[in-house]
Write a protein that binds this ligand. Sequence first.
Ligand code: SAM
Length: 223
Amino acid sequence: MVGRKVLRSHANIALAMAQTATSHMQTDVLNLKKRMKVTYDKYYETENLFGEPYPELIQFFAEFPVKGKVLDLGCGQGRDAIALARLGYSVTGIDNSRVGIDQMNEIGQNEKLKLVGQVGDIYAFDDFSEFEIVLLDSMFHFAKKDKAKEIGLIKKIISEIKIGCLIVVCIQDIGDKVQTLNQAIDFKERYKRLVDQEFKYVFEDSDSGHKTETGYRMIIIEK
Ligand SMILES: C[S@@+](CC[C@H](N)C(=O)[O-])C[C@H]1O[C@@H](n2cnc3c(N)ncnc32)[C@H](O)[C@@H]1O
């Protein structure tokens, strides 16, 4: 009888150990997935990966009369955020790449720019009403698995920014991406379309020197 009890308690301990090991493994897998998601940490070992900001974007911001508060969602290494801060805007950049944010903040601090970079998930951000302009450059792909989430973010930003504030989206002009973006914005709501501009973006791979040219679209809406 006693022997059976001991056996059972050993079995319970073994089961508990197995459960603990499984839960550690699950945590490890979750952590690994989280780490794997921040793929841009690795890409940003190449400084200034995406090159210069688009001249069309800079021209718009340079000519825009009020140099207010800009939120750059997915700011990366600060390609746009740094340029806008240099134009006199107060820029907050959010990105989940610590490497990109650190590079951007270093430049901001050296040049004493009004530029703050924060590591974070743009889908968890909800202080949109603090900003006059929300910028999303190369953030939407509308791939099947992300489409609903991306459309949800656009709708959330538009609903939360104040009247008169802007949302600036730069997106690859291929397939039905622009059409999907326009549907997400829902122009029946009488938002003002300030800009709808086509341009070309040339990306040069710094290692191979290989250049690719992509059609791009910049859409700017005033709420
Ligand atoms: C194609 S890059 C564009 C970077 C920048 N907007 C530019 O045009 O130079 C996409 C950026 O979005 C960031 N990103 C993707 N998903 C994110 C999320 N959920 N939260 C925060 N940043 C994210 C990536 O780390 C990366 O820096």
